[in-house]
Design a protein. Sequence first.
Length: 221
Amino acid sequence: MATRTEPGAEEFVPAHPGSVDDLRAAAGGCRGCHLYRDATQTVFGAGPGRAAVVLVGEQPGDVEDRRGAPFVGPAGKVLDRAMAEAGLARTDAYLTNAVKHFKHRDTGKRRIHQTPTRTEVVACLPWLVAELELLRPRFVVALGGTAVKALLGPAATISGVRGQLLPWPDAAHHPELFAGAHGRFAATIHPSAVLRAEDREALYQGLVADLALVAHALGDV
């Protein structure tokens, strides 16, 4: 079977956006990959324009797709609680996803989440590049494996970077993501993993601990 190719989002990203609002408006018309066809709308990042920390997830879920905002569904509630316990105020953080459209399989009764392919992630990556170029956060936190691979390349894993406060990678798979930045990078599980786990409390406490590392580091400066 031939590998699907996508044109990519680059042609839809404004050349000189003045704000994240400019990016969000442009992203509403993105046709850089096929995922827009089955999604309700583009779900762009949200948060303050000078956020100290940017949290990057995989893609919007069913609730996010319907409401047009990131992390407002069940996983978002887990993240809200974990951030509060860790000492990270959600109102001070910018939340976004590596992929801006909801990829799913429609059974007629439910829309079942499907993990984006590497091709789909790469096609959407120019939006994340543009977000980070404008925001210049002190920390980027990858939530889950797809976000880790989007930021660090397909060979990266959560287990390889989790529990560490890392400098911006000089040799990142996509160095434009980190060009000129002076912040740090961290990774943890996606909050949806807590909802799927048998031992939810153990996984949840791990999420809180990872976010607390970032909160403490932000408070040190």
